[in-house]
Design a protein. Structure first.
Length: 209
């Protein structure tokens, strides 16, 4: 009996976690968030993250939200998952918040750009509109690498005619009380500011349907 009870409890927990991450509905148009730990609510409860706050705001627009973000995700990982996500959710809108981990690991900028370009191309081929979240890395990676990294996002946005959120983390990264102890991830109190930075682009995209 104890074993059966434990199995039932485990299944319940798994279903609960999936429900938090996946608010898609066959009756609504879906918005897919493809991101890393910043969008996966790293270090906090899932319902405290900026994507969960976004989901609440989008309810009035009858938009289903799918948070496909994974902590530690790179552009290569996101690209590899993209076909299955498109097939499963048929998103009408896609928010791409990737690249930060590529930069922190010193990955080639050209490869990062190519991966992001492919993600955008796949989204557009599926008739989805895209918002690209611009990312920044610390200056200790060298002037040239840091410059090329920061320039990659507006260049992609211009090439593919997609909306860009250029200052997603900047408003909170300079505030020690808005960051977790690692100095990399915004804490729960900063999630509203992240949503505020991205909301105008997201709202314009959703209302343009």
């Amino acid at each position: 009996m104890k074993i059966a009870h434990s199995i039932c409890l485990l299944i319940a927990l798994m279903v609960s976690q999936l429900t938090l991450a996946d608010k898609a509905s066959p009756q609504t148009q879906n918005l897919l968030v493809l991101g890393d730990s910043i969008s996966a609510a790293y270090g906090m409860k899932p319902e405290e993250g900026w994507v969960a706050l976004l989901e609440e705001k989008l309810q009035q627009y009858d938009v289903g939200t799918v948070n496909a973000s994974i902590s530690g995700e790179t552009t290569a990982g996101g690209l590899a998952r993209m076909p299955a996500l498109i097939e499963k959710y048929s998103p009408r809108w896609v928010i791409v918040e990737l690249g930060g981990n590529d930069g922190l690991r010193g990955y080639p900028i050209g490869k990062m750009k190519a991966n992001l370009a492919s993600i955008i191309e796949q989204s557009q081929a599926a008739k989805a509109q895209v918002v690209l979240i611009g990312m920044q890395i610390p200056p200790n990676y060298g002037k040239r690498y840091t410059r090329l990294f920061s320039e990659a996002f507006p260049e992609l946005a211009e090439k593919y005619n997609v909306s860009l959120v250029p200052t997603f983390l900047e408003s909170v990264a300079v505030k020690p009380d808005a960051m977790q102890s690692d100095g990399i991830h915004p804490n729960a109190s900063a999630q509203g500011a992240l949503l505020e930075a991205a909301w105008p682009s997201i709202l314009a995209m959703v209302q343009a349907q």
